[in-house]
Ligand binder design. Structure first.
Ligand code: DC
Length: 225
């Protein structure tokens, strides 16, 4: 059976993972969340006493790290680190920081490249990340660059934080998002950038259902499913 690959890249807060997960389920594709792999590397380095900000601490540990991905009954991706399911642990705030420290290291990106590509060889995938359309799957059947205005992403994030009981003002959240965008798009290695042949989907004026419909329509137009 023919295998399809869809790459979804874009800045954080555009609704990428929620939409990618829902779209993959609807298409019957495997959803591959590549950020989770960077998070797992960061978690391992920290757990073994390394400093994720120190390149040699990270690189020296790569040969021994045992990461696998499994898919549960729910179809959701689980990250297994040395036999332990760390799917929940990697969502902690400090692990976001570890991931952002290890992900710019070229040796880390090279190490994870084959793992990501092999998923796409074996399954029809919908892969989400920052450099999927540009580096990991340059021949993807469809590349989507999912974005939304800084203002709208800040509004969504702010609402989410307030719901979690975290008191923070809107301008601070907005500034953090703008700073992260700048760091993501200006880093030397695999910066966040739209692949030339990617279709831009801006969700600023769309709610989740409308965004999902827009993506599904796009897939139906482009892929011969
Ligand atoms: O999407 P996320 O927040 O789970 O990503 C975690 C970190 O990994 C974030 O700093 C961006 C980085 N990342 C990356 O550099 N390349 C990817 N393909 C996916 C994530």
């Amino acid at each position: 059976m023919r295998k399809y690959s869809i790459a979804i890249d874009g800045p954080s807060g555009a609704g990428k993972s929620t939409l990618a997960k829902a779209l993959a389920a609807r298409l019957g594709f495997l959803y591959v969340d590549t950020g989770a792999i960077y998070r797992t590397v960061g978690l391992y380095v920290a757990r073994t006493g390394g400093d994720c900000a120190v390149e040699s601490d990270v690189l020296s540990r790569l040969p021994e790290i045992r990461i696998t991905m499994t898919y549960g009954e729910d179809g959701l991706q689980h990250m297994i680190l040395g036999g332990e399911d760390v799917t929940t642990d990697i969502r902690k705030n400090e692990v976001s920081r570890y991931a952002s420290q290890v992900s710019p290291i070229p040796g880390v990106r090279a190490f994870l490249l084959e793992m990501q590509r092999s998923m796409a060889r074996e399954h029809s995938v919908l892969m989400d990340g920052r450099d999927i359309g540009t580096v990991v799957l340059p021949d993807a059947d469809l590349k989507i660059f999912l974005t939304a205005s800084v203002e709208e992403r800040a509004r969504r994030r702010h609402k989410e934080l307030l719901e979690k009981g975290q008191q923070i003002d809107f301008e601070t959240v907005k500034q953090e998002i703008a700073d992260r965008d700048h760091a993501d798009t200006h880093r030397a290695v695999a910066p966040l950038k739209k692949a030339e042949d990617a279709v831009v989907v801006d969700t600023s004026a769309l709610d989740l259902d409308q965004s999902l419909e827009a993506l599904y329509t796009l897939v139906k137009e482009r892929l011969d499913l």
